[in-house]
Design a protein around this ligand. Sequence first.
Ligand SMILES: *Cc1c(COP(=O)(O)O)cnc(C)c1O
Length: 456
Amino acid sequence: MPIRYVSTRGAAPPASFLDALLRGLAPDGGLYVPEAWPDLSGAAAGATFAETTARTIQAFDGGSLPEGAAGRAAERAAARFDDPEVVAPLTDLGRGLFLLELFHGPTAAFKDVAMRLAAPLIEAALTEREGRLLLVTATSGDTGAAAVSAFAGLQRVRLAVLHPLGRVSPVQRRQMTTVRADNVLNLAVRGDFDDCQGLLKRLLDDAGLRQGSAVSSVNSVNWGRLAGQVPYYLTAAERLPAARFVVPTGNFGDAFAGWVARRAGGALGPLVAAVNGNDALARALNEGRYVRRPAKLTASVSMDVQAPSNFERLWFEASNRDAERTRAFFEAFARDGEATIPDDVLRALRREVEAIAIGEEEAAAEIARTWREASVVVCPHTAVGLAAARRFGPAEGPTVVLATAHPAKFPEAVAPAIGRAPDAPESFAQFSGEERFTTVDADYAAVRAAVAAHAG
Ligand SMILES: *Cc1c(COP(=O)(O)O)cnc(C)c1O
């Protein structure tokens, strides 16, 4: 029986996993969640990473994908990692602290894990339906790099990536712009990440653009991508049952995947979302008011998010799946830039997730400390997670911090803390070719024209 997906805003018809994967956002503006949670306890027992992934996707799909597609996609995705059996190794830092290393894929950030899986799943779905897809995405760096790498050369997909000009790290930019593939368009927008997200939203709402082909996005509102982040929680919890998981958080997609893993029977302990100075989520959970503030530029650029999109999924759960209240809350937030969380929902949210904000100095000091004490170099995002994890002592049981990117992606932030440039993985050499991107103003007409021309 295919699993049915419902929208957090309650006004979209139920969809299959395949529909949710191809659509991204639900047509009523909400986010898709499965109507009922599958049982994934034991999915990682005695299994390779690919096997755990295949079981996870099969459980969330229930038969809308072509026969065998989940297994084949899981194998193909794992094969692109340094150790295909393991994909996400655990490193023991001592004193009950572990790193779950998610950066051993083609573009050296955790986004590779789910994007590498989503690409063959989308390809299989489009082949079955004889369809074509225009994928558009806005990126602060890592999502775009992972998407370009995963979707380059796919026959049925055209990809357009919007990044803010001059605001992604040079390594991130090269990973997007040096890939030779006719189905990829890189747009460097004269603006910031919020401008890119605003333009993306208009592209997704643009009925005229939809006439040629289906239009969707592969950011973490896409359930198919989020589901691909569940397996590494299951494999880590299998090795360290009841461990606390600390997740460097921006859009709250990765942390919500941890919540899903636990809800579906994974042996996870408490969940902690660690944010940088862009702390709307931490304030919401700790103070009860969700407020949009101006963006702060931090060293953990991929977490510089004002309004974490997946917060809506947790809110929906915390309200006992009350779509009316969820809609009212997020519409008020979109309109007024702030909203107060009702007491019952706030209490429920706090039972599920804790949030800790870490400042720039503390994060930088954490890179230096981890290098000094454990001879391990971490990226600035991972450092935010580690600093939050230090709030808990070894007596409180094992703590797993998600290591979300390779430090060499962010040498500007890492070198000053450790006194030298971090060693780059060999794979970085392939991003040394000529760069191709189109610079555009943060103007909808200009961006739309470029994307429409690329869609063909
Ligand atoms: C995207 C990203 C994050 C934040 O993940 P979310 O799912 O948006 O919360 C953290 N660290 C790195 C390196 C990232 O690329």
